[in-house]
Design a protein around this ligand. Structure first.
Ligand code: SME
Length: 158
C-alpha cells in the first residue's frame, strides 16, 4: 500500500468516527473538509463541498481561500460533474474548457459527486491543488468511498 493509500485509510476511519451518529449536514461536512484538508495539507489547496440548492450548486463548508458561491449545471468542472453524474479529474485546469478559476493558484482539481440513496446528485466534494496533475485513481477511489459514507450518513431518502 502506498503512503497516500495509508493516509486515506486513516482519514476514512477518522471520518467514520467523527461523524458517527451525527445528522447535521453543515457540521458533518465541515469536519470532513477539515480532516481531508489537514491530512493532505501539502497537496490540497482548497477542500470543500458544493451543495445542490435552488437548481444550482451553492458553496458549502470548505477549507481554503474564498470561492465562488453559485455554479450552474454544466458550467466549470463542478457543473460538468453534476450534469454527467460522475467524478472528474482535471490534471491541468487551464486545459479544461470553461474551468471556473476561484484562485489563480489552483492548477489541478478533482470533483466527486455526492448522491442520495435515490442516486440523485445532492452535492459534490471539490478539491483543488497548487500542483499540476495532483490527483489520480487512488484519490477518486477513496473520495468516492467517503462520498458513499456521506450518502449513508446524511442523504438516505427512505
Ligand atoms: N474550479 C471549479 C470551481 C470551484 S473552485 O475550484 C473552489 C469549477 O471549475 O467548477
Amino acid at each position: 500500500m502506498t503512503s497516500k493509500e495509508q493516509t486515506y485509510e486513516t482519514v476514512y476511519k477518522e471520518i467514520e468516527s467523527v461523524i458517527d451518529g451525527e445528522t447535521n449536514e453543515t457540521s458533518v461536512l465541515a469536519n470532513v473538509a477539515a480532516l481531508l484538508h489537514e491530512r493532505f495539507a501539502e497537496r490540497f489547496f482548497w477542500t470543500g463541498f458544493y451543495l445542490v440548492c435552488d437548481g444550482e450548486l451553492q458553496l458549502g463548508p470548505f477549507q481554503g481561500p474564498v470561492a465562488c458561491m453559485h455554479i450552474q449545471k454544466g458550467r466549470g468542472v463542478c457543473g460538468t460533474a453534476w450534469a454527467e453524474e460522475k467524478s472528474i479529474i482535471v490534471p491541468d485546469v487551464e486545459a479544461f474548457p470553461g474551468h471556473i478559476a476561484c484562485s489563480a493558484h489552483s492548477r489541478s482539481e478533482i470533483v466527486v459527486p455526492l448522491f442520495n440513496s435515490n442516486k440523485e446528485v445532492v452535492g459534490e466534494i471539490d478539491i483543488d491543488s497548487k500542483y499540476l496533475n495532483a490527483f489520480d485513481e487512488v484519490d477518486r477511489l477513496y473520495l468516492e468511498k467517503i462520498a458513499q459514507l456521506l450518502t449513508r450518513t446524511l442523504y438516505r431518502t427512505e
